[in-house]
Design a protein around this ligand. Structure first.
Ligand code: SF4
Length: 511
């Protein structure tokens, strides 16, 4: 593997925070769903900012409301229908207000959105954001407009997202779009289209811009990052797979932490794991959705791996990166799931010893393979019972995992105040665990070493182990501050003296 330093330093500084200009047309963007959607909203803001719209956090002053939607589960869609009712009220108060629905629901429910929701002016799918300025011109002219065309090429590679996050510490960078897997329960291949990878050059450029703007952590995003593949048509030797991209990203700046999501158990390669082990700044955390512990159910889900294959991948991660956290997604009550299948899921969770999991009841999504070919036949109360058992088990595993961290020292990237007190900061370990610790003279964006002194199943509580380097930097900053102050005072005195002398001389000359 090449360790060659990649030179991306030629990029000009570019501010990537929203421009707040209340004298211009204002857009308010509300985002639901996954990290990809958060990143898409940032792309949309970049496109709109280049076309005369500016960002507002205040829905009441907006001229345009965009709601970036998610279709992954029934309740995600229900929340959006609820929000549209709120926007209806806003529109009665301000008749010039325009409302647009963007994202996965736009793709899936375009007709209903325009016909049922009279307040919706514009519906735009995930591959059609470049057309937003044109669509908005039509909307301004009083028409309704829609573009939900899916693309085989669009990656928005050349657009630098405008970051709406509060802390300026961590950012998402999309490395690919769409998905080719067609898991039987999933709407993503229908709402986001076929998989396409973004050019490494534009990814590295975007990361360098984040470095230049003071960001400390980047998360590479894709529905299945392990199948990232950039084909160099002219020179096949320059093709780039995910392990190679990960290495290139790690080399942009050794102080920039690198994460990625989401991995697929059938595709995660040893190359990716060795690359993670090789670079200190690639975080030791793999999110590897299992969905079920039963090979029979995995086959019905069209996941294309078995229980045994999955556990072999877990063993490999633990061998290559011994202190790696492993997290997952689990679905309770998929079509035809028996008590035995459910017990298989619980036993796999115990064997994998997950640090964290996202856990859901199966919710049938219209037009998916499962909806067309399988019966959603596990009763709702049984789904609820199985989900409770899964959650209970995971809470126990997470607590045990956190207890094992007591007494250890972790390098933590502070990302803001803790929820409970401004005297405490919250941050993340390389394993993506949350640590809360006393603020002292640290701030969001600082790396600190924290010794874990206690925990809950969700949070580690730490004490700062004074970092000599930080102390020295802090002292140097104080000395520098004082020196500048003294210098400024002296300069001011010198300036006054010079002025007086000039005045005296001028007077003499006049006399
Ligand atoms: S890998 Fe499967 S679950 Fe993930 S986005 Fe693709 S189809 Fe959906």
């Amino acid at each position: 593997m090449s360790k060659q330093k990649i030179n991306t330093k030629t990029i000009d500084y570019k501010s990537i925070k929203p421009i707040l200009d209340r004298s211009k047309k204002l857009v308010y963007i509300e985002t639901y769903g996954c990290q990809m959607n958060v990143n898409d909203s940032e792309l949309v803001l970049a496109i709109l900012q280049d076309n005369g719209y500016f960002f507002t956090k205040d829905i009441n002053e907006a001229d345009l409301i965009l709601i970036n939607t998610c279709s992954i589960r029934e309740n995600a869609e229900q929340r959006v229908w609820g929000r549209l009712n709120v926007f209806r009220i806003a529109k009665t108060k301000k008749t010039s207000l325009k409302v647009g629905v963007i994202g996965c629901m736009a793709e899936r429910l375009k007709e209903q959105l325009l016909e049922r929701e009279k307040i919706v002016d514009m519906v735009v799918g995930p591959d059609a954001y470049r057309s937003l300025p044109d669509l908005l011109r039509n909307v301004e002219a009083g028409q309704k407009d829609v573009n939900v065309l899916l693309s085989r090429e669009e990656t928005y590679a050349d657009i630098t997202p405008v970051r709406m996050d509060e802390n300026g510490v961590s950012a998402f960078v999309s490395i690919m779009r769409g998905c080719n897997n067609v898991c039987s329960y999933c709407v993503v291949p229908y709402t986001r289209g076929a998989e396409r990878s973004r050019s490494p050059k534009t990814i590295l450029n975007e990361i360098q811009i984040l470095v230049d703007n003071g960001y400390k952590e980047v998360t590479l995003l894709g529905q299945n990052v392990d199948s990232y593949f950039w084909k160099d048509e002219k020179n096949p030797e320059k093709d780039v797979n995910f392990a190679q991209l990960l290495e290139m990203v790690a080399l942009v700046n050794p102080l920039m932490r690198v994460r990625f999501a989401t991995s697929h158990p059938k595709d995660i390669s040893n190359g990716v794991l060795y690359t993670m082990a090789m670079y200190e700044n690639i975080c030791n955390c793999v999110h590897l959705p299992v969905q079920s512990g039963s090979t029979r159910i995995l086959e019905l889900m069209n996941r294309k791996y078995t229980r045994e294959h999955y556990l072999e991948r877990i063993a490999k991660i633990r061998k290559i990166i011994p202190d790696c956290a492993i997290t997952t997604d689990v679905i309770a009550g998929f079509c035809t799931e028996t008590d035995y299948d459910h017990a298989q899921t619980l036993s796999l969770m115990t064997e994998a010893d997950y640090d964290f999991a996202y856990m859901f009841k199966y919710s049938e999504r219209p037009n998916t393979k499962a909806a067309r070919q399988l019966k959603d036949d596990v009763p709702e109360d049984l789904k609820t019972k199985r989900l409770s058992e899964i959650i209970e088990l995971q809470n126990r595993l997470s607590l045990e995992s956190n207890k094992r961290d007591i007494g250890k020292i972790f390098n933590v990237l502070a990302d803001g105040f803790s929820k409970r007190s401004d005297e405490y900061l919250s941050g993340r370990t390389s394993q993506n665990k949350t640590v809360v610790f006393p603020k002292k003279n640290y701030a969001a964006g600082d790396f600190v070493n924290a010794e874990i002194i206690s925990c809950t199943s969700a949070t580690l509580i730490g004490e700062i182990v004074e970092n000599e380097q930080h102390e020295t930097i802090h002292e140097l900053k104080n000395i520098l501050g004082e020196t500048i102050h003294i210098f400024e005072e002296k300069t001011e005195k010198a300036r006054n003296k010079i002025k007086q002398n000039i005045n005296k001389t001028t007077k003499k000359w006049k006399q």
